[in-house]
Design a protein around this ligand. Structure first.
Ligand code: ZN
Length: 494
């Protein structure tokens, strides 16, 4: 068991956890946001990040510090915590990003890790190779070998109680990502950034992002804290958390502010297009958009950055509460409606329902069916699997109606879309207590038909009848031929 990370609660693939950072003497609650601090310019001071926004951890770039003489000297003599005046944990990146942008950097993994330890970093990073999306399998595999070597070197460097990141690469090749994750997990390293996903997010490829994270998660143990490296837009946090990401870093709050862009959980707006602020943070409740537009450049940037941070931390809190309450997927469904590419991301998440099912709690507060995608949730899948293990009589009537059905059947079970059939005794247990709209959609009916089919196929010696309320031909055709169907609509109404 990895000592630095402890899970407190789960929902779908999402986790509430505690990351213990021994060198800083702090425990960071996850999901957590790490604001990115540029050592050469801070839009919002680290002290303010801690005091005003509740930041427990931040991230800065050790390679920039290393290459800026005066900053390097200060960092070495004062240490990062004093230099930034930040009481929480500090993670440092290694310059791998600079490597991917400019082709080469001038330090080795040993040197930069030792440097990170010397300046007082709490979580350091080796120099990995961030292989971009869509490259050939050959290139991705070759670069991955280099990353693996660097991780093994990092594992052997003595940096005291500084934790070390073990980045997971592999481009958009799921098998390579999974193998990379399995290797990283087998080292003695501590935190697992999923690397080089920024180009996917910049292109709104949330579906591919989810596939990449899902592959990495398959190779990592449940006790591995996962950092979605470079992901800072609050719009996609809920989706990424549901797939199992625990840490996010945001440079977005400052970069977007510099361009007069205003973050919301539904996307980004330009300050000049906003007539009313859709937010009640301290900035938005005391300013009109026109007031902010009239501010001098630097003050406007700082004001927007403060709002951007408020909305970003607010979404992290909302996600934590959703995990606690067991309605994270309801939140993901809402967020998925903000942009068609987010919907692609959510639909891809549901392609991995099998994988999510492993960490999804057996019982939660409530299941709200709010879109046809709900029919593909892990709870529905789990119920369908459970049907294989239930014992059934020689003949069984499965019905959406309240009555027992025709007398020739030994017993009757209820049918509830999207789950399908179940013994009446289970009616009050999760997820069969789900709130489903009265106007059932086709996705729910087809899922219910799949549940019935699973039960029928698991019990080839029993006879089944189905009483339904006006199911369309598509759902009825999905049932096995051996099943007798009766439309109960008339008798149900009377
Ligand atoms: Zn605001």
């Amino acid at each position: 068991m990895r000592e630095c990370f402890e899970l407190q609660d789960t929902d779908a693939g999402g986790r509430l956890g505690e990351l213990t950072v021994p060198r800083a003497g702090v425990t960071v609650e996850t999901p957590a946001l790490l604001p990115v601090i540029n050592p050469n310019l801070d839009t919002i001071s680290p002290r303010r990040l801690a005091d005003e926004f509740g930041a427990e951890i931040l991230i800065t770039n050790s390679y920039i510090i290393y290459n800026t003489d005066d900053v390097r000297e200060r960092a070495l003599s004062e240490g990062l915590h004093d230099m930034f005046d930040f009481p929480g944990a500090i993670m440092t990146d290694s310059g791998s990003f600079q490597l991917s942008e400019y082709g080469e950097i001038t330090v080795t993994t040993e040197e930069i890790l030792q440097f990170q330890a010397d300046i007082g970093s709490d979580i350091g990073t080796p120099v990995d190779i961030p292989t971009p999306p869509d490259v050939s399998r050959e290139r991705a595999a070759e670069e991955l070998e280099t990353t693996k070597d660097r991780l093994e070197i990092a594992d052997g460097v003595d940096v005291g109680d500084m934790l070390i990141n073990a980045p997971v690469q592999g481009s958009t090749h799921p098998d390579l990502r999974e193998a990379a994750a399995r290797h990283a997990d087998s080292t003695g390293l501590d935190v697992f950034p999923v690397g080089a996903v920024v180009p996917l997010m910049n292109d709104y490829r949330y579906d591919d992002m989810i596939d990449v994270v899902a592959a990495a998660k398959r190779g990592l143990g449940a006790d591995a804290p996962v950092h979605l490296f470079g992901a800072g837009h609050p719009m996609m946090f809920a989706l990424a958390v549901a797939m199992g990401c625990d840490l996010f870093d945001s440079a977005a709050y400052a970069l977007y502010a510099r361009d007069d862009r205003y973050l919301t959980v539904r996307g980004t707006q330009h300050l000049e297009d906003i007539e009313y602020f859709p937010c009640s943070c301290p900035v938005c409740s005391t300013h009109e958009p026109a007031d902010v537009r009239a501010l001098p450049d630097q003050q406007r940037e700082e004001t927007l950055a403060a709002h951007n941070l408020h909305v970003t931390f607010g979404e992290i809190r909302r996600i934590k509460q959703a995990i606690r309450a067991g309605n994270l997927l309801e939140l993901v469904e809402q967020r998925a409606r903000a942009h068609p590419t987010m919907l692609d991301g959510y639909r891809t998440l549901l392609d991995h329902a099998d994988q999510l099912e492993a960490s999804d709690p057996v019982s939660k507060g409530a299941f709200f069916y709010t879109s046809h995608e709900s029919a593909r949730r892990p709870e529905v899948l789990r119920h369908r699997r459970r049907l294989e293990r239930l014992s059934v009589p020689d003949s069984l009537f499965l019905t959406e109606g309240d009555g027992d059905g025709p007398a020739e059947y030994d017993d009757s079970w209820r049918v509830k879309p999207p789950f399908g059939p179940f013994p009446r005794a289970l009616s009050k247990s999760y997820p069969l207590t789900a709130e489903v709209p009265t106007r059932v959609d086709r996705g729910a009916l087809e899922a219910a038909a799949a549940g019935i089919t699973r039960l029928v196929e698991s019990n080839p010696d029993s006879e089944f009848g189905v009483g339904h309320l006006d199911w369309p031909a598509g759902a009825l055709e999905a049932l096995p031929d051996s099943v007798e169907t009766i439309d109960l609509t008339e008798s149900h109404r009377s």
